[in-house]
Design a binder for this molecule. Structure first.
Ligand code: NAP
Length: 176
């Protein structure tokens, strides 16, 4: 029988405990999962502080510590293109074949539906605390961000001096 392979795309800036819970739940529905790291070309911005490579490492190190078998997922950066109508085809050209797409983003859902994919919206987990925007905000303000992230992600952010990166890119330019 054909492998049921899903696709989940997210910027994951940074990978947080909510993403891990979504991934675990999706594995109840698929044999394999492709995790596309969205906006792979963007980093060092307040809403997109981490590079694609850093985000791949965050996810790889985190998933290694779960019971999900390492040969059942593929973590692939996806760069944006300046053409929404071609985007789903662009994604298809970069990753293995898949039969179902998981997304809560209305544009992503629409674009894959137009390419005839089965699209499902996974439930979000503890959205009050586990949201990329809220976590980046905590990082800038020196609040407790660590409890929202898997330990391996906290370790990577410390290794790359991620908090100072965020704080520095958040500073307004001083002209004089
Ligand atoms: P996103 O911009 O990463 O996330 C949008 C919001 O949805 C975030 O607040 C995110 O939370 C939240 N979210 C995450 N998982 C969710 C879920 N399962 N249900 C509901 N909301 C969820 O967008 P994305 O949909 O996760 O990723 C889409 C990627 O595709 C982006 O990188 C986008 O640039 C790319 N894209 C590109 C094109 C093009 O190049 N033309 C077209 C369409 C999409 P967290 O921040 O907590 O994760």
């Amino acid at each position: 029988m054909k492998v049921k392979r899903g696709l989940l795309i997210g910027r994951m800036q940074p990978v947080h405990n909510g993403h891990v819970e979504i991934i675990k739940k999706i594995f109840n529905l698929v044999d394999e999962l492709i995790i596309g790291i969205g906006s792979g070309q963007i980093s060092h911005e307040i809403n997109n502080p981490f590079t694609a490579g850093e985000r791949v490492l965050m996810l790889q190190n985190t998933l290694k510590e779960t019971e999900i078998p390492s040969d059942s997922y593929y973590i692939i950066p996806i760069v944006d293109i300046n053409n929404n109508s071609l985007w789903a085809t662009h994604v298809e050209s970069l990753i293995p074949e898949f039969n179902v797409v998981f997304s809560g983003n209305p544009l992503v859902k629409r674009l894959f539906k137009e390419n005839n994919y089965d699209v499902k919206t996974p439930p979000l987990f503890d959205r009050t605390n586990l949201s990329g925007r809220k976590i980046r905000n905590k990082m800038v303000k020196g609040k407790n961000w660590q409890s929202c992230l898997p330990e391996s992600v906290v370790k990577i952010i410390k290794e790359i001096d991620g908090i100072n990166r965020l704080k520095e890119i958040n500073k307004k330019e001083i002209n004089e």
